[in-house]
Ligand binder design. Structure first.
Ligand code: ATP
Ligand code: MG
Length: 604
């Protein structure tokens, strides 16, 4: 997008790149082309039959191959009907080959594109998801892909079938009367001009349609996921209006595109028929010595021309839609994947985590979020991060598994910079329990044994669940470990979901645990359960915990108090209280009226 000019050439480049996806299907594709060639060849044949029909009308005795030594003398009376049926059979064979094999190519292509797009999602950096709405990403996989295959296959079908029809018809016309035919050729530049001006419009409009489609998916998925908030806050009218306008804008854009086509097609039709009119005039005017059959066949063939020409010209809209879709698909495919240049792969680390002078700023933002953070967590130690909301705790935690790339400072795991590990290996050493628990619409067991852990024996899953105090509620569920949890675990309570997440982290048995405690308040009992589960999880592991619970914080070996991206105080609970500074103020403010059992969030 650096220079404004290469529109045409980049269209070609995009199209050619798209065709590389057709390459694996080249055999099937050629077969379908043969089919369309067969189909196209029948058009002039049908017109030519008319010649015999008209000649037969004026001379019923005539035969198909007069004065011929080799071929049988077939009277027109039988030959014409017979030939028509034969041509129809021939056309049917072509039509079958063409349509069926092309569909196989195009469906294969849809599948392939969807899969590469999806696979790309798995390696795109977190940043990409921050900047793109899930609705638009989903719509790319479901909608844009089908647009693209239209261009890669349907368009080619028309180009070949109708293009060859035009070629065959033209050749027959030239052969029958080249002078008249050249009159028709004169309109070609005019057609070319119209096609290219319409193409530009089609492409622009098609891009808008795809974006609008993304908007529709986006609004719908937000409402579906957030239906509880929508209902409890009376967002119905707002969402209704939002969806209405997204859908309306989509409709308007589609309609605009249809309108372009609806004006363009008849205009083109007018041009071609005018040329035909001129030819008819010339035929009638300078009849010459051709037979009536010849002239009828000629005019019929000429009359067959406008339709394929129109279809050929309409193909440009299909192609432009596809190119617009392909452009967005390739854009996503060309996004750089997560940086993964590290090569260190360790079987197991002891879990010494050291952060040195770490500063961080989210890409494309103004303000640094972390300033000069340094601390050490020895193997098995627990470091608690506390501080006001937005002080950078989750950000710090997300830098350890390299969800974002930091430029300044170092994060060392067992003395090796995290950048030097291969991503997969690094993340194997870290178990993560995030602020918002993510569960998949699968069984309890599969949710605990997820990813690399898939296939873990049920006994181990049960052990992990028991340690996470999840076992007790799981066994009460209708199908115990085989119970489906619903999308994102909606069928579970908040505390149950957290315990599942903890069980998952326990099963992973990684030396480093990062725990972003959920801030949601829990009742005393789940609170105790989760605390007990956490205590288990933390045993023998280096734990970086973003703590909201007093009971968690008090036990920490080291408490880091963060404010606006800086560590403002550090020490143990007792030390920090004695300092009578930021922490003790935070503590007294937050826990002043907390009774002993119910721990309350420290992060306001
Ligand atoms: P809380 O206790 O509420 O979870 P936190 O301490 O975890 O807060 P962070 O999530 O680390 O806070 O956010 C720190 C700052 O970074 C905030 O000002 C936030 O606006 C910003 N921030 C967080 N995530 C992103 C992101 N993906 N892109 C840009 N800025 C971000
Ligand atoms: Mg946070």
């Amino acid at each position: 997008m650096s220079s404004p000019e290469p529109q045409a050439s980049s269209t070609l480049a995009i199209y050619l790149r798209l065709l590389t996806y057709v390459r694996p299907y080249i055999g099937l594709f050629l077969l379908s082309i043969v089919g369309f060639l067969i189909f196209a060849s029948t058009q002039p044949m049908l017109a030519y039959i008319l010649k015999y029909f008209v000649d037969g009308l004026s001379n019923p005795e005539a035969s198909l191959f007069p004065a011929n030594d080799y071929l049988p003398d077939l009277p027109l009376l039988q030959a014409v009907p017979l030939l028509i049926v034969l041509i129809a059979v021939w056309q049917g064979v072509g039509s079958y080959l063409g349509n069926f094999f092309l569909a196989r190519v195009s469906l294969g292509l849809v599948h392939d594109l969807r899969v590469v797009l999806f696979n790309k999602l798995l390696v795109l950096p977190n940043r990409y998801f921050d900047n793109h709405s899930s609705g638009h990403l989903i719509s790319r996989i479901t909608f844009n892909v089908t647009m693209v295959t239209g261009a890669a296959t349907d368009a080619i079908k028309v180009v070949i079938r109708e293009g060859m029809t035009v070629v065959f018809l033209f050749a027959s016309l030239l052969w029958m009367n080249w002078k008249l035919t050249l009159v028709m050729v004169a309109i070609l530049p005019l057609i070319g001009l119209m096609v290219s001006s319409a193409s530009k419009k089609f492409r622009k409009q098609s891009k808008q349609i795809q974006v609008a489609m993304g908007d529709v998916t986006h609004v719908a998925s937000e409402t579906i996921q957030g239906y509880r908030v929508v209902r409890s806050f009376g967002g119905e009218n707002y969402e209704q209006a939002r969806f209405q306008s997204a859908s309306q804008s989509n409709t308007d854009k589609q309609l605009r595109m249809v309108k372009t086509g609806a004006v363009y097609t008849p205009t083109l039709q007018l041009v071609t028929y005018s040329a035909l009119a001129l030819v008819m005039f010339l035929v009638l005017f300078l009849r010459g010595d051709s037979s009536a059959g010849d002239l009828v066949a000629y005019i019929t063939m000429a009359g067959l021309l406008p339709k394929p020409i129109r279809q050929l010209s309409e193909v440009s809209s299909t192609i432009q839609k596809g190119v617009a879709g392909a452009e967005s698909i390739f854009e996503q495919l060309d996004e750089p994947s997560e940086v993964d240049h590290g090569s260190v792969e360790l079987e197991r680390v002891s879990g010494r985590l050291e952060v040195r002078n770490l500063s961080f700023q989210y890409p494309d933002t103004e303000q640094p979020v972390l300033h000069d953070i340094s601390f050490v967590a020895e193997p098995g130690q627990m470091v608690a991060l506390v501080g006001r909301s937005g002080s950078g705790k989750s950000t710090l935690a997300s830098l350890v598994p390299r969800f974002y790339h930091h430029e300044q400072g170092q994060i060392l795991l067992d003395g090796v910079d995290v950048e030097e590990y291969s991503l997969r290996n690094l993340r194997r050493h870290i178990a993560l329990v995030t602020q918002q628990v993510t569960l998949f619409n699968d069984t309890v067991a599969n949710n605990i044994a997820y990813g690399d852990l898939a296939g873990a024996p049920l006994a181990e899953v049960q052990l992990a669940s028991a340690a996470a105090y999840a076992d007790e509620f799981i066994v009460k569920m209708p199908q115990a470990y085989q119970t489906l949890v619903g999308e994102n675990g909606v069928l579970l309570s908040g505390g149950q979901r957290q315990r599942l997440a903890i069980a998952r982290a326990l099963l992973k048995n990684a030396p480093v645990l990062i725990l972003d405690e959920a801030t949601s308040a829990l009742d005393t009992e789940s609170e105790q359960h989760i605390q007990a589960a956490l205590d288990k999880v933390m045993q023998g592991r280096t734990t970086l915990v973003i703590a909201h619970r007093l009971s968690t914080i008090e036990k920490a070996d080291l408490i880091l108090v963060m404010d606006q991206g800086r560590i403002v105080e550090r020490g143990s609970h007792a030390e920090l209280l004695a300092q009578n500074g930021y922490y003790s103020r935070l503590h007294s403010r937050q826990f002043a009226d907390a009774d002993e059992e119910v721990a309350v969030e420290i992060n306001a």
